[in-house]
Design a protein around this ligand. Structure first.
Ligand code: ZN
Length: 231
């Protein structure tokens, strides 16, 4: 069975990193909407031209155009034995359209990376800074302990943008809650606990995707992880 995976999860959950890692080990493409949008525009496909015209006017690309671009990408040969989508769908309308695109293909495996809000706030409002050269990076998944530039030790530094972080999470919650509700009842839906070390999250992701793909019923997951602090 093809591994047709979509990943849901808040900013700071380490979704992109985990998707990248899974895609690499399985030899399937990781498809992010930002990347394919840029690609369609540079390749000058029909839909790419439409997207470029919209962006040139400074407008947001509509669901319809986004779906068209995702559809073109998923139809390519390298996605036939599977793909992992990162950043799509973002709305129920996009999810409904994606279901139509999946007609005649293996079912979507939906992975929701759950991280309690207080942990997200900590990650998003803290930066790692190199004690040697001053290079800094966000604490997306807590994995950077060694500077990618000089190999020096990365230490945490508090950032003062908590309000910005809380606003980002609020927007995420209002957009994504309906999406999680849309998928939750499916036998191929799995939640994994993103509040763990990256290697453990990666291992849980592999297990969850295998279980979802085999049609085994969901065991007790992390549906009971409390989203502490949600208002
Ligand atoms: Zn450094």
């Amino acid at each position: 069975m093809a591994l047709n995976v979509i990943m849901l999860g808040p900013p700071g959950a380490g979704k992109g990193t985990q998707a990248e890692r899974f895609a690499r080990t399985r030899g399937i493409p990781k498809i992010s909407t930002g990347d394919i949008l840029r690609e369609a525009v540079s390749m000058g496909t029909e839909i790419g031209k439409r997207a470029k015209a919209i962006m040139d006017r400074g407008e947001l690309v509509s669901d319809e155009v986004m779906i068209g671009i995702v559809g073109e990408r998923l139809a390519r040969a390298d996605a036939h034995s599977g793909f992992i989508l990162d950043g799509f769908p973002r709305t129920v309308a996009q999810a409904t359209a994606l279901d139509r695109l999946m007609d005649g293909r293996d079912p979507l495996i939906v992975i929701d990376i759950v991280v309690p809000e207080r942990e997200l706030v900590r990650r998003l409002s803290t930066r790692m800074i190199c004690s040697n050269c001053g290079h800094n990076a966000p604490v997306e998944d807590g994995s950077q302990t060694v500077c990618s530039l000089c190999g020096g030790r990365m230490v945490q530094r508090a950032d003062d943008s908590q309000d910005v972080v809380l606003e980002r999470l609020k927007i995420y919650r209002s957009n994504t809650k309906p999406l999680v509700d849309f998928y939750r009842a499916r036998p191929t839906f799995r939640s994994i606990n993103g509040a763990q070390p990256p290697d453990k999250v990666a291992a849980d992701l592999v297990t969850a995707i295998a279980a979802a793909g085999s049609g085994r019923p969901a065991t007790a997951g992390v549906d009971d992880v409390t989203l502490g602090g949600s208002r």
